[in-house]
Design a protein around this ligand. Structure first.
Ligand SMILES: Cc1cc2nc3c(=O)[nH]c(=O)nc-3n(C[C@H](O)[C@H](O)[C@H](O)COP(=O)(O)OP(=O)(O)OC[C@H]3O[C@@H](n4cnc5c(N)ncnc54)[C@H](O)[C@@H]3O)c2cc1C
Length: 269
């Protein structure tokens, strides 16, 4: 499966919004109106100089080419899926000139093709929860923005988001009663615990909270530890995923992610 880039825009200085469409998305089973709000696709980008171009079948490339030519895999959240128009929106963080997916998105132009598989998913705001808590950085912003749209009318939803500064903030809305606060990085070591501190400073409402905590691995781990240890959340009431890890490429991160998640699980009995 592949999408044709229809448009690229920059909602913030570090975000590229790709709208994909075209015949290559026929059969894409995007989330419906009541579907999960953290749905993601696996994208596949050929390494520079690869002897093949999109569209391609990633499995076939792997079967017929040496490893150095295998496509680079990355995961991106379905920010929006318009089934009627067959249009898929992805919001990609561009973190300087580093990486593969970020620079690809920055350079993308209408007509470019992006091979993808999926989607997979695992979370939707529980309509029976008394209130919702959503915490993350720019990589979790697409999932949080999509999730906000699925919070039942009037239900409190507290959002704490980390970003580089005021011009990196995005307008967000929800039918729920939204309490949104952006936290700005300072560039120091304190950035790692800024989200956990923002959550620790919250006065929790009465009743069962359903939490969504996704983003940078160490930041997410600190928030998770606080929620389970000091706030007494049940594990089942929290969706927690370390999307990426500071200083590691996605390949390096995937190689140690299982051990990290096991250690994170063991943080608290
Ligand atoms: C289920 C899932 C859904 C995701 N959804 C999104 C999404 O919708 N949008 C999105 O932007 N990301 C999303 N991510 C995270 C994204 O897959 C990773 O950030 C990925 O590593 C980026 O690839 P890259 O090729 O740009 O950088 P890489 O080659 O993986 O990394 C190069 C360098 O950049 C650093 N880096 C990676 N990501 C970031 C970042 N966000 N900010 C600052 N530095 C970074 C790395 O630590 C490394 O030092 C998601 C991840 C998962 C698992």
């Amino acid at each position: 499966m592949y999408g044709t880039v229809l448009s690229t825009t920059s909602p913030t200085p570090s975000l590229v919004r790709l709208v994909l469409g075209g015949p290559g998305l026929a059969g894409f089973a995007g989330p419906g109106p009541d579907g999960d709000t953290d749905a993601y696709v696996n994208i596949a980008i050929p390494p520079a100089g690869a002897p093949y171009t999109a569209p391609f079948d990633p499995d076939e490339v792997k079967a017929t080419h040496p490893r150095e030519w295998w496509p680079v895999r990355r995961r991106y959240t379905v920010r929006a899926w318009d089934a009627a128009r067959g249009e898929l929106t992805l919001d990609v963080v561009v973190h300087g000139t580093e990486g593969v997916a970020g620079p690809w998105a920055r350079a993308a132009r209408p007509g470019d093709l992006l091979v993808l598989t999926g989607p997979g998913s695992g979370y939707r705001p529980d309509p029976t929860a008394a209130w919702h808590l959503m915490v993350g950085d720019e990589s979790a912003l697409p999932a949080i923005a999509a999730s906000l749209e699925a919070v039942p009318a009037g239900v409190p939803v507290v959002v704490r988001l980390l970003c580089d500064g005021p011009d990196h903030e995005l307008a967000l809305s929800s039918p729920g009663a939204l309490d949104l606060q952006w936290i700005h990085r300072t560039g120091g070591a304190a950035d790692t615990t800024a989200l956990a501190e923002a959550v620790a400073a919250l006065r929790f409402s009465e009743g069962r909270v359903h939490a969504f905590v996704h983003g940078e691995a160490e930041e997410i781990r600190a928030v998770r530890r606080h929620l389970l240890g000091e706030r007494g959340l049940e594990r089942g009431d929290m969706s927690c995923s370390p999307y990426w890890r500071r200083t590691m490429t996605d390949e390096a991160w995937r190689a140690v992610k299982r051990d990290f998640v096991a250690a994170m699980d063991a943080d608290l009995p």
